[in-house]
Structures are given as C-alpha cells and as structure tokens.
Design a protein around this ligand. Structure first.
Ligand SMILES: *Cc1c(COP(=O)(O)O)cnc(C)c1O
Length: 380
C-alpha cells in the first residue's frame, strides 16, 4: 500500500480501517472466469460480501462481468438487488425458505435455493397461480449440511412437473475442495452427476473457489467462488495469480521502551527477556483481530505469533490482544519507522491474509467476516 493511496483515504479518528482494492477484486474474478472457460462464473457475496460490504463488492463484480450472485439469506439478497437495481443479474438465496423469505424472493426477484422437501412444497404453493417462478435445487452429495437426497430430489422433480415452479439450476457443495488430493472431491462429483441427471436440461453448479482450481470436471455450467475473489486461499491457485484485495490498517497509539524483566499486556503473559520497544496499536478483538492470536495459545502452539507491518518492516504481536489494542515488539525495527500516528498493516500485501489467519488458528473467511462494525471500509 503506497502512501499516496493511504493519504487519499478519508479516515476519521484513530480507529482501524480496511481498504478494498476494487481493481484486484475484478482481476481475481476475471482470473477465476478464465480458469473455467466452459462455465459461467458467479460470486458468493453472502455475509455482507465476506465482511467487506455486499453493495460495494456486488457493484465491482458486476462491472467485471459477473451476473450470478449467491447470498445466504433473502434479506442479503434484497441488499444486492438494490445495489444492482435495473440489471439482469440473478441472485440466489442459499439458505432455504420460510414464508417471509418466499415473499422477499417474489418481491425482489431473488431465486431461492431449495434444499429440503419442506422448502420445495412451500415454494410450489407460494408460486402456484402466477407464472412458474424460478428456483434452484441443492443436492446432498456427501457434506451432510443442506441438500435433498435422491428420494427427495425425485419428489421435487414431481412437484416441479406439476407446474408449480421452474428449476433453473441444480447444485451441490464440496466439503474438501481446498484439498485437491482428497478422494471426497471425485466422490461428491460423481454423486452430483447422478442426481443432476434427474434434471437433464437444467444448468449445474458445484464449484466454490477450491472447486474452480480443481479443474474442468468440477466446473459444470456455473461456478460460485467466494474467498478467492477476496484474496484468500491464494495457495490453491496453480497460477499464483490471485491478488490481495483487502488491507486492514491500524494506527500506532504509543511507542515506548520497557525494561528487561517487566511484563506486557493482560495477565502479564509476555515476560520481556530484553529491553523491549513496544508499539501499542489501536485494534483489538472487538474489531475482529482474534484474541486467540495472543501469545502462545493451544490453538496455535505450533505457529509463531502473528505479525503486523510498519513501513514494510514486520513486527510480532506481544502478549495478549485487548478489546481495542494490540502490542507489537518493535525493538528490531528502525527507530524512525515507528511513530505514533503511523499506520500498521494488520494484513494485506506485506503480511498475507492467509498467513495471519493460520497464525491466529483460523481461516481467512473468518478473519474477513469478523471485521467489526467500527472498522471503516474504503474502496480504493
Ligand atoms: C460460501 C459458499 C460458496 C463460496 O465458497 P468459497 O469457499 O468462499 O469459494 C459457494 N457455494 C456455497 C453453497 C457456499 O455456501
């Protein structure tokens, strides 16, 4: 992140903020589309666009060429529909149906993904009378999370044939797409093909980000990447072309040197084995920087502490993470690089999102979706 980009960001106050690189987001979508040339490429924008802002993300992806969007809840779909009003995009609602969601789908032209026979019946009843409304069906293929088994898929076929609704997509979800060597992937693909054959002329969708990288047999007609769009799971990309999208920044509030033998942070858990220069940074677990990243925890006993970058130099987290503050050991950094008011990169181009996630004992998805409401978001 160059200083010129940062100085263009109208940050108010001393709180943390994220910059979202719209160009990199679009570039990642195009890269994923190029990897699956035989399929359309959609986007998962659930959970407020993976924490970045659903409207911001949906508009950027639409500009890149994306026309299929996946959200978890109907209310999220309404937000995307409003952001992309007067467009021909299709918005799929992954988490089934109740009466209220059915009404939102009708009013805002959202396509529900029906995953239980109850969903299917409710939608068939709500849809009857009007023109057949579009719906997607989700099949159970091995993850045992949401989806119709074969018997229910056949019943759904019968209900659709009675004219209640129009099956526009059949889909399933991979449990192990982030592990290309897992035999689950082929097992699920075969199971999906068998179920999808019940609906011979309907478009098929199986691949999330990991599924796109698994190659053509997993692409079918429509892919649904999420995390790779936002710069996560970069290690899966065989071409290494996924770019960082999100940079999380926090301000240095204070810098001082503490003598050897003292301790730092709650619980006095970090004993100082040398005179230590400490930078206090204004971000904590209330902002989504996980407390599990503190010191040594069972979750990440085998990982070193996460680091932040100041002026391109890395510094490790020291002691426990507080609600609003984190301490860094900056003893080894050039003195003039570390001053109050300077900005530290929590993750971004210098400290990769995936690395921070691993050292915090979690995954990039959780770091992004945990960004707190006080973290200001800026598109750059
Ligand atoms: C979240 C989700 C995706 C996107 O997954 P990523 O791993 O983020 O690419 C795709 N399909 C379904 C059903 C999902 O729930």
């Amino acid at each position: 992140m160059t200083q010129s980009v940062l100085s263009a960001v109208p940050v108010s106050g001393r709180g943390p903020f994220v910059t979202i690189d719209g160009w990199a987001l679009k570039s990642n979508w195009r890269h994923l589309a190029n990897l699956a040339p035989g399929a359309r490429t959609g986007a998962a924008v659930k959970a407020d666009g993976y924490g970045l802002g659903a409207a911001l993300v949906a508009k950027a992806l639409f500009a890149a060429g994306c026309r299929e969007f996946f959200v978890a809840w109907a209310s999220e779909g309404v937000e995307v529909r409003q952001a992309l009003a007067n467009t021909n995009c299709r918005i799929f609602v992954l988490q089934g149906l109740d009466a209220e969601a059915a009404e939102l789908c009708r009013a805002h032209r959202l396509i529900p993904v029906l995953s239980t026979l109850d969903d299917v019946r409710l939608f068939a009843e709500a849809a009857s009378g009007a023109l057949p409304a579009p719906a997607a069906l989700q099949f159970e293929t091995g993850m045992n999370r949401l989806g119709l088994d074969e018997a229910d898929a056949r019943k759904a076929l019968g209900l659709a044939r009675q004219g209640g609704f129009d099956v526009t997509l059949v889909m399933s979800h991979l449990a192990c797409a982030d592990d290309p060597d897992s035999p689950e992937n082929d097992r699920q693909r075969q199971s999906f093909e068998r179920l999808a054959a019940l609906f011979p002329h309907v478009a098929r969708s199986l691949a999330n980000s990991g599924g796109v990288f698994l190659g053509a047999p997993f692409h079918f007609d429509l892919t649904r990447p999420g995390i790779a769009l936002y710069g996560g799971e970069t290690g899966l990309d065989p071409l290494g072309a996924i770019r960082p999208v999100v940079t999380l920044h926090a301000r240095i509030l204070q810098v001082h040197t503490a003598p050897r033998g003292e301790a730092a942070g709650y619980g006095a858990s970090a004993r100082l084995e040398r005179a230590t220069r400490i930078a206090t940074v204004g971000i904590g677990y209330a902002d989504g920087y996980p407390r599990a990243a503190s010191g040594v925890t069972p979750l990440r006993a085998s990982e070193p502490a996460p680091e932040m970058a100041i002026g391109g130099h890395r510094a490790p987290v020291l002691g426990r993470i507080s609600m609003d503050m984190t301490l860094l050991d900056v003893t080894d950094l050039p003195e003039d690089a570390v001053r109050p008011g300077e900005v530290a990169e929590v993750f971004g181009p210098t400290v990769p999102l995936d690395e921070v996630a691993r050292r915090c004992g979690t995954i990039s998805y959780e770091l992004l979706t945990s960004l707190g409401p006080r973290v200001q978001r800026f598109a750059v």
